[in-house]
Design a protein around this ligand. Structure first.
Ligand code: SF4
Length: 360
């Protein structure tokens, strides 16, 4: 398949890995921020092909994994109400809240539906004027444009029965939080290509200057990933602190300005709690006050939420690159993809699920 198979060419990948081997002279710890990249790395065994000096640690870039427990419990409370159609991307249905998940709500008669686009949820609202349709708007910068478009479309159509439960997060504040931590051991970052295709990478040079650490914008196919790792290792070995673009076929410095403008029209930056990590200042997007009418948290009175996380789960440390999934005592025992205790075992982008699925 054009634009896919040529980036999975084993001979080309091996050639770049040889170049990494020739370049590296000492140990380096590099974090791939994005959970999609984690899965690609583990699936293709890239971490095992690299020279032993390179350690890859996995970052918090899995939207399902970092959605705060309180928001999931609110989703469960809203989805349980009569006359509500609760819409979500599929991964969220199995993410454990304090006591149950959205699948359990569905099994108990709640109208919970998987949609492939928030615009499908808007269509449901049009077709069901006697119901309240709620879309669980989670994700990083990549899902923000369609999510804000759904709000604008509902506004255009004059719908009063559509709202969004927003749990949006942003990558740059998370990178800053990781680098600010006294326990940080990350020396270079692979930046997520899909986020940068929308946002560009103009937000990262100030972080590079502040923390004196190199970063490389990186894609998702094996060749993209090893190229991103090579670029980062070259910068580290040369002592250069800059942001390099190793994904030029999709990413520009400025990104997609119209998409950024549309996001800004509907969302504003706000503090956000990340599951397992805690609050990161200004790391989220929330609805602007003029869109309060579409805010599910304001429309539904879900009362006081008392959250309860599994005491076994160390996902927060994994998401900060401090531990690996097999460091968790519950990995593969109490916690499996069939019976997940934490969100990182559920999501198709979660590090625990990647290690479990590919037999690490
Ligand atoms: S293996 Fe399960 S319990 Fe352990 S950190 Fe991962 S999700 Fe949490």
């Amino acid at each position: 398949m054009k634009y896919v198979t040529e980036y999975r060419d084993a001979a080309l990948v091996k050639g770049v890995i040889e170049e990494i081997r020739r370049t590296v002279t000492r140990s380096w710890t590099i974090m791939e921020i994005c959970g999609g990249q984690t899965h690609s790395i583990v699936r293709h065994g890239i971490d095992q092909l690299l020279p032993p000096e390179i350690e890859l640690v996995h970052g918090p870039g899995c939207p399902v994994c970092v959605t705060p427990l309180e928001l999931i419990d609110k989703a469960l409370a809203i989805a349980s109400q009569p006359n509500v159609i609760f819409c979500s991307y599929g991964d969220m249905l199995r993410v454990p809240g304090s006591g149950r998940d959205l699948f359990s709500v569905k099994a108990q008669g709640g109208d919970v539906r998987v949609v492939y686009s928030p615009l499908d949820a808007v269509t449901l609202a049009q077709k069901n004027p006697d119901k309240q349709v709620v879309f669980f708007a989670i994700g990083f910068e990549t899902t923000a444009p369609p999510n804000v478009m759904s709000v604008l479309q509902a506004q255009r159509l004059g719908l009063t029965n559509y709202s969004v439960l927003v749990s949006h997060v942003r990558v740059p504040p998370a990178v800053k939080a990781i680098l600010d931590s006294p326990h940080n051991r990350v020396q270079g970052f692979l930046l997520a290509g899909h986020v940068c295709s929308i946002m560009g990478y103009w937000e990262y040079p100030p972080l590079v200057d502040e923390f004196k650490i190199p970063m490389a914008v990186t894609g998702f196919e094996p060749l993209d990933l090893v190229q991103g790792i090579l670029t980062t290792v070259q910068l580290l070995e040369a002592g250069k602190v800059e942001v390099a673009n190793a994904y030029q076929r999709a990413v520009t410095f400025e990104g997609l300005k119209p998409a950024q403008a549309t996001i800004q029209k509907v969302f504003m930056e706000c503090d956000r709690t990340w599951r397992g990590i805690g609050m990161i200042p200004m790391s989220g997007w929330c609805l602007r006050p003029e869109f309060d009418g579409f805010n599910a948290e304001k429309r539904f009175n879900v009362g006081d939420i008392q959250t309860k996380e599994s005491p076994l789960c160390i996902a927060g440390q994994i998401l900060q690159g401090l531990k690996k999934p097999h460091d968790c005592p519950a990995f593969g025992k109490e916690c499996t993809t069939e019976n997940p205790l934490g969100a990182t075992m559920v999501s198709s982008e979660g590090a625990c699920a990647a290690y479990y699925k590919y037999g690490r």
